[in-house]
Design a protein around this ligand. Structure first.
Ligand SMILES: [Zn+2]
Length: 384
């Protein structure tokens, strides 16, 4: 039986994650069931003594109390910690605000000269008006590791059609790669924008891989979704992920659209937005991914970000099978894009410390309700 999310009254009147935490648990009503299953939300007060000198320097009370909220993703195991006071934390490792372009505006950019200065896959290139594929010259993945390049240079300046072409080229690449290597059934898409996000080239580009061995995060999502359906009869993980964020007032969904976007309660890194849709080539999915990216870049000032897209399907491949086995049909396993900011360009300090490396946890710098407001503002600007 297909799970229908319960009729959920509007709880979207929270303004901060701290307000939501004070109203948890919302259990007892069916509308909050998904939220309580997926997330463990905890809050408390941390205290310390502050000397008068230290208090005067940073404007802090001598008897210091800080409210801390943690959100634990009980399905995927990630955790995030929120504390507004951390915005006052002094940053001693600083650098120029602007992202440096080492190619003199594209004059020395290999990707601007993609015809001659990028490698070509053995099965050729996929090309659209605004994007084109190349083979990654220095591969970390086999048998297929490619690049999808914008045809323009500036990585933060792209319009809807340019992004749509990037995604459509990617889908074409996965299909061509699978035809050339039928034994490889695990597709993955990542986009590192900016040096802080792991990019080695300034020019906007994504990476596409098709492998025989799945990446652990892709496998973990498929396995967790299947286990979720087994433990929650009549429900699917994806429907409850949506329901949980609708309950929290962090979901954008438009009538008639097959896609939705949510400001994640438990972001892997700062400002995480998740876009859920039917496929890489779905117009609704492409539009919402564009809206979400413009929200981070234009509304929240993110100049460096990562995108990862999960559950990509390749015709003739059973790559979505682990998750599909628990769904009513393969078509119900949605494609899921995750976008995160990688911090301020002006900070020389990494946003990946021991907490992230070893703890599978992170610090929530931006309140998800702030991310949600930016999403709404971007939606109103670009609504179809
Ligand atoms: Zn370039």
């Amino acid at each position: 039986m297909e799970y229908q999310p319960p009729a959920i009254p509007n709880h979207g009147d929270h303004n901060t994650i701290f307000e939501l935490a004070h109203q948890v648990p919302l259990c007892g009503s069916a509308d909050a069931h998904a939220l309580s299953i997926l997330y463990d939300i905890d809050s408390g007060t941390a205290r310390c003594h502050v000397s008068s000198v230290l208090g005067a320097k940073y404007g802090l009370a001598v008897t210091n109390e800080q409210q801390v909220v943690s959100v634990t993703d009980r399905v995927l195991g990630h955790q995030v910690w929120y504390n507004r006071e951390r915005s006052r934390k002094p940053q001693t490792f600083t650098q120029a605000e602007a992202q440096q372009d080492p190619t003199e505006g594209g004059q020395n950019c290999d990707f601007c000269q993609w015809q001659s200065l990028t490698a070509e896959d053995t099965f050729g290139r996929i090309e659209r008006a605004h994007a084109v594929t190349a083979s990654n010259l220095f591969k970390y993945c086999q048998p297929c590791h490619g690049l999808v390049l914008f045809k323009h240079h500036d990585p933060l300046s792209f319009h809807q059609q340019q992004l749509s072409d990037l995604l459509s080229c990617s889908q074409g690449w996965f299909q061509a790669a699978h035809r050339a290597h039928p034994e490889a059934v695990h597709p993955f898409f990542i986009w590192n924008c900016g040096a802080r996000a792991g990019a080695s080239q300034f020019h906007g580009h994504a990476q596409v891989t098709l492998s025989q061995v799945p990446f652990p995060a892709c496998e973990r999502l498929s396995t967790a979704a299947a286990a979720y359906a087994s433990s929650q009869p009549g429900r699917t993980y994806y429907q409850d992920l949506i329901a949980a964020h609708r309950t929290a007032g962090l979901l954008t969904e438009a009538p008639g659209s097959s896609a939705c976007a949510l400001a994640s309660l438990a972001p892997t890194k700062d400002m995480e937005v998740v876009v859920i849709g039917k496929s890489l080539e779905s117009a609704d999915f492409q539009h919402l991914l564009y809206v979400a990216l413009r929200a981070l870049i234009d509304k929240l000032g993110a100049a460096t970000f990562n995108v990862g897209i999960f559950n990509i399907r390749v015709p003739g491949s059973d790559s979505a099978a682990p998750a599909a086995s628990s769904q009513t049909s393969t078509d119900e396993v949605p494609v899921l894009a995750r976008i995160v900011s990688r911090g301020k360009v002006s900070s020389r300090a990494s946003d990946f410390g021991g907490l992230e490396v070893f703890g599978q946890a992170s610090i929530g710098n931006t309140d998800p309700y702030g991310v949600y407001k930016a999403l709404l503002a971007s939606l109103s600007m670009y609504n179809q």
